[in-house]
Ligand binder design. Structure first.
Ligand code: ADP
Length: 224
């Protein structure tokens, strides 16, 4: 069984004639490494990632993360499980404007009243080339730098799993390649499982495995 295990997953939106089967029977095991979920717009990529992160509840099927069945949790427990086990990265960086870079990175730890491993935070900052930006505020950073801060924040809790939804959606090609390259590097460095949703062929090709979706189903899986 994979670190992420999906079995007969289904999720629909709307009802009757308006029903859209966003995820239409997906079974999948994802192991350690860097994976891309790709496919045309509307094929179910974001919905699948949201199901993996417990951000949405499936209509049918099972989703397990790190051996834990997410259906055992209520909303609050899910939020805690996510905070401790899953790092999330979005297209919008969702940084706190009133916090500086260091405070943004360590925010999930503060939320959980966890001790901050200062050495580890500096190591992440160094890997992501953010060390000289730790006292700066988000509004003074470039888009690429902001996304690097959100990656550092996702890494701060040392999660086994990182889920990234179109993390390069707001970046130019150069910054996008850098960000995906960094994700790939941290994935190796910290022995993680990273799942990245992208519709961009070039970004998807950087992953160890590409999972192609079409109409809510897995169309094909290509390993490198
Ligand atoms: P992708 O990420 O591949 O573009 P999505 O997972 O966002 O695809 O969406 C899959 C399908 O589900 C689309 O047809 C989309 O319109 C629909 N959908 C997604 N989220 C919602 C929602 N909150 N309400 C209604 N329909 C939705």
């Amino acid at each position: 069984m994979g670190i992420i295990h999906a079995e007969n997953l289904a999720k629909a939106f709307g009802q009757g004639q308006n029903e859209v089967r966003a995820i239409d029977g997906i079974s999948l095991d994802i192991n350690r490494g860097f994976h891309a979920i790709t496919g045309p717009s509307g094929s179910g990529k974001s919905t699948l990632l949201q199901l993996m992160g417990g951000l949405r509840v499936p209509d049918k099927g099972v989703i397990q993360v790190n051996g834990t069945d997410l259906s055992i949790f209520d909303d609050e427990e899910l939020a805690i499980f996510r905070r401790r086990n899953v790092g999330l990265i979005f297209r919008q960086y969702n940084l706190m404007p009133v916090l500086n870079v260091y405070e943004n990175i360590t925010f999930p730890l503060e939320l959980d009243s966890r001790t901050i491993d200062i050495e580890y935070i500096h190591r992440i900052a160094q890997l992501l080339d953010l060390e000289d930006k730790l006292t700066m505020f988000p509004k003074t950073l470039s888009s690429g730098e902001r996304q690097k801060v959100s990656i550092a924040r996702a890494l701060s809790t040392k999660p086994k799993v990182i889920l990234a939804d179109e993390p390069t959606g707001n970046l130019d090609t150069r910054a996008a390649l850098e960000v995906v390259g960094l994700l790939k590097m941290t994935c190796k460095e910290f022995k993680q499982t990273i799942v990245m949703v992208t519709h961009d062929k070039e970004m998807a090709e950087m992953a160890d495995q590409r999972i192609y979706l079409r109409d809510g189903k897995v169309e094909k899986i290509i390993r490198r």
